[in-house]
Design a protein around this ligand. Structure first.
Ligand SMILES: N[C@@H](CCC(=O)N[C@@H](CS)C(=O)NCC(=O)O)C(=O)O
Length: 209
């Protein structure tokens, strides 16, 4: 088994945090998107979407999409549980996970990809040539502010987003908030629920995975 990834990039990072929370170790192959290695012919054969993470199994099967890969490992190692033990828990965690992708990961990606000169002509992950849209960068920045307010409200009276323990939803939200520094939007310190939750995750060993 081999995990193609790059530790700094948000989608591989949430998978790495998930694996670390579970205590699973997988051999890793670094694909450096700063050097555009996702466009190397050898990697395109592994993932034609030209994205990381990608998990190659010993029989040659390749899984992509971080959440799908998380499901694979959760199935193999259900505990510690990060995706739910009952149908209601599974659905609740997925609801929060999707919210965190749409209102956290996406705005950060919009701001970063449409505002950073490195991505000129490659504004969408996977590298099909597409122009940057400066207004999308602006909107992404505004949405990040909103994301933080949403999170603070969601976390009122709760330790974790979805249930009584850390789940993939918290990991996705944390990775979005932590990566937002690349567009100058660190989590504000005047939102107490957000600050408490963010600091608690930051102290976990998985945050350094
Ligand atoms: N939906 C995919 C998104 C994967 C993705 O966008 N990965 C980024 C790194 S965070 C990437 O490979 N980018 C390639 C590029 O910049 O062209 C997932 O959840 O795994």
């Amino acid at each position: 088994m081999k995990l193609y990834q790059m530790g700094l990039a948000p989608n591989p990072r949430r998978l790495n945090m998930f694996l670390s929370e579970k205590g699973i170790e997988v051999p890793k192959v670094e694909v450096d998107t700063r050097k555009r290695e996702q466009f190397d012919d050898a990697f395109i054969k592994i993932n034609p979407m030209r994205q990381i993470p990608a998990l190659e199994l010993d029989d040659g099967t390749v899984l992509t999409e971080s959440v799908a890969i998380c499901h694979y490992f959760e199935g193999l190692h259900p505990e510690p549980n990060l995706l739910g033990r009952t149908p209601l828990e599974v659905a609740t965690i997925m609801m929060w996970e999707r919210r965190m992708e749409q209102h956290g990961i996406m705005p950060v990606a919009d701001a970063f990809r449409n505002g950073n000169p490195f991505y000129e002509g490659q504004a969408v992950s996977g590298g099909r040539p597409l122009p940057q849209i400066p207004e999308l960068a602006e909107r992404g920045l505004a949405r990040i502010d909103h994301f933080y307010e949403l999170l603070d409200g969601f976390l009122e009276g709760k330790e974790w987003l979805a249930t009584d323990r850390i789940t993939l939803a918290d990991i996705t939200a944390f990775v979005a908030a932590d990566f937002a520094k690349v567009v100058g939007k660190r989590p504000p310190e005047n939102l107490p629920n957000l600050t408490r939750w963010y600091s608690a995750i930051k102290e976990r060993p998985s945050a350094k995975a």
